[in-house]
Write a protein that binds this ligand. Structure first.
Ligand code: PGA
Length: 247
């Protein structure tokens, strides 16, 4: 287990210049925090958010990147560009990307690889659907999703962050119990340990309806090293409460 937890706010396709400024002011006024904190705004806001957070302890991440180097890929954003605009993290393989944009395990792994090549830490999301959980396939699904990334990154795999996000818990108000989450995190940790001696120090985040009132118990599980927070990261008060629950 990594001793310093990481809490990441995934704003998804939300925000406005005014709302972002208010949110960031609230976060900066409440810090510094014991946990490491990052926010992932939509692409157009990255520059402004990076500038606003310069000199603070809060990091910036993106919600996706291209699997390609710069070139003729209309509508895509290259990892090298994200780095230039101050990003430290990039989320790859979020279930909404997998579901709405047909992202495959290999594409997600390629995105993680190019992110690392440009000095970004990929936050690789894995997680099962409700149907997969109900048919007893949770473990097989998350292991398959992670194994492609581990294989693609090879000796660099210890540099990523992994987020377990059960699809049925995202934005639904239905959180995995701390025990359900811990079981899957332990599976992922064991899988990573077979690939790298640094697995114990890697950060495995839980995501899916994390709220101020369930965060502390989730974060107290031995293999949960922080959270990836969607809806509750859009209000400073709620997000700060979650960050504080992480230590
Ligand atoms: P949620 O989203 O916290 O709104 O459930 C989490 C995520 O999708 O990263």
């Amino acid at each position: 287990m990594n001793s310093r937890k990481l809490v990441v706010g995934n704003w998804k396709m939300n925000g406005s210049r005014a709302a972002n400024a208010e949110l960031l002011a609230g976060l900066m006024a409440a810090g510094p925090f014991g946990a490491e904190v990052a926010v992932c705004p939509p692409f157009p806001y990255l520059t402004e958010v990076s500038v606003a957070l310069a000199g603070s302890t809060l990091a910036v991440g993106a919600q996706d990147c291209s699997a390609h180097e710069p070139g003729a890929y209309t509508g895509e954003v290259a990892a090298v560009m994200l780095r230039e605009f101050g990003c430290r993290y990039v989320i790859v393989g979020h279930s909404e990307r997998r579901a709405f944009h047909g992202e495959s395990d290999q594409l997600v792994a390629d995105k993680a690889k190019i992110a690392l090549a440009h000095g970004l830490t990929p936050i690789v999301c894995v997680g099962e659907t409700l149907a997969q959980r109900e048919s007893g396939d949770t473990e097989a699904v998350v292991k398959r999703q992670l194994s492609v990334v581990v294989h693609t990154l090879a000796h660099c795999c210890a540099e990523m962050v992994v987020a377990y996000e059960p699809v049925w818990a995202i934005g639904t108000g239905r959180t995995a119990t701390p025990q359900q989450a811990q079981v899957v995190h332990a599976v992922l940790r064991t899988q990573l340990a077979a690939a790298t001696p640094k697995a114990a120090a890697m950060r495995l985040l839980y995501g899916g309806s994390v709220k101020a009132d369930n965060a502390a118990e989730l974060f107290s599980q031995p293999d949960i090293d922080g959270g990836l927070i969607g809806g509750a990261s859009l209000k400073a008060k709620d997000f700060v409460a979650i960050v504080r629950a992480a230590g």
